[in-house]
Design a protein around this ligand. Structure first.
Ligand SMILES: Nc1ncnc2c1ncn2[C@@H]1O[C@H](COP(=O)(O)OP(=O)(O)O)[C@@H](O)[C@H]1O
Ligand SMILES: [Mg+2]
Length: 358
């Protein structure tokens, strides 16, 4: 995955000539891929999407689709569909007219229009609503109309900017499933924007993690979770513990507040004795007393300061000496652990992920 169908090269956007809202982004998106731009508010996701759509012009850099340079093309010269969070339906037009609009703009033959509007409405399950006006539809239905309108002219790429952001949780999950089904059925390249890591994790072939206008990592969701390239990615995706350490050339890790952990082994780019971040996910920390003995690389004492019960699991928030620690244990294990308790917590070598400190 990742050979370039849609290619961004050194793309920079500055709105004010001083700060770069998008700061030298390069990414290759494969044909048919579902890729998600994930990052906090203000990190440059929408700006990047708008440059792909042609609503914003890059300050520098190039955007190519299928080998053709689009960088200075007008939006209507690109075969790219866009779906926004706020639907942007025409209120005075029926559902059918809304969906027909992009076809009319492109001068499609009249006979084709009716047939393709029907097909697009079938795809989103709204054929029966063709004669209604947007105000007569629920939020979820309006977003499906916007989706049909974005797909009806068979674009090469569909861009979706936080399309489910206005929907409540249940509807959002339902629409996530629906969007994935449509992606499979149509096989179209989709670029999806969200700040919601759960949404990104469940839907995407790959996530592209944005931070302050830069790309921190582009990877399949589980790789970004288990092997984040930067501390930012490790903190943004999922719950995390970050310890400070140093890895010596012989492969022994010295962790602040923990001590030496041998056998970590030399790691490419990390063995110079320089500082490293040690990531351990809370669910990878285990309470040895409640488990069959395994080969722990380290067992430490933790004072439990507080607990959060999720029903299926229990989050223990506490400290190992001065170092804060979060431990997630399964619900069945948790009954005996109370606030103020001192417990043993262990982990294995493979539970640690090391990241070079920038
Ligand atoms: N039209 C605009 N004019 C000036 N600054 C903008 C404009 N649009 C976005 N920005 C700024 O660019 C940065 C990136 O914004 P945006 O791309 O909207 O981020 P995101 O979609 O990740 O929340 C932010 O600092 C934002 O304030
Ligand atoms: Mg945005």
């Amino acid at each position: 995955m990742g050979t370039g169908y849609l290619r961004l090269r050194n793309v920079v956007k500055s709105y004010d000539g001083r700060v770069n809202a998008v700061d030298d982004i390069g990414i290759d998106i494969a044909k048919g891929e579902f890729i998600t731009f994930l990052g906090p508010s203000g990190s440059g996701k929408t700006t990047t999407l708008m440059m792909i759509a042609g609503f914003e012009e890059p300050t520098s850099g190039t955007i190519e689709l299928d080998g053709k340079d689009l960088t200075r093309q007008k939006p209507y010269e690109r075969n790219i569909g866009v779906v926004f969070q706020n639907y942007a339906l025409f209120p005075h037009m029926t559902v059918a007219k809304n969906v027909a609009f992009p076809l009319k703009m492109r001068g499609a033959p009249r006979g084709d229009i009716a047939r393709r509007v029907d097909e697009a409405l079938d795809l989103v399950g709204l054929r029966a609503f063709a004669g209604r006006y947007p105000r007569e539809l629920s939020g979820g239905q309006q977003q499906r109309v916007a989706l049909a309108r974005g797909l009806v002219f068979r674009p090469d790429v569909l861009l979706l900017d936080e399309p489910l952001g206005a929907l409540d949780k249940n509807l959002r999950e339902q629409m996530q499933v629906e969007l994935k089904r449509i992606h499979r059925e149509v096989g179209i390249t989709m670029v999806y924007v969200t700040h919601d890591q759960t949404e990104a994790m469940t839907m995407s072939d790959r996530v592209a993690v944005f931070n302050q206008g830069k790309l921190e990592q582009v990877a399949p969701p589980l790789e970004a979770y288990h092997r984040p390239a930067t501390r930012f990615v490790g903190e943004f995706i999922g719950d995390s513990n970050f310890l400070a350490g140093r890895l010596d050339p012989a492969g022994t890790l010295l962790v602040d507040g923990v001590g030496e952990i041998g056998g970590v082994g030399p790691r490419p780019g990390l063995g110079g004795g320089g500082p490293v971040h040690v990531l351990i996910r809370p669910e990878r920390l285990r309470v040895p007393a409640q488990e069959a003995p395994t080969s722990f690389a380290k067992v430490v004492k933790m004072v439990v300061g507080g607990t959060v019960n999720y029903g299926d699991s229990l989050l223990l928030i506490g400290k190992m000496g001065e170092v804060p620690l979060r431990v997630r244990v399964s619900g069945g294990q948790s009954s005996a652990i109370q606030e103020g308790a001192v417990i043993s917590v262990g982990w294995a070598l493979e539970d640690m992920h090391l990241i070079a400190k920038a």
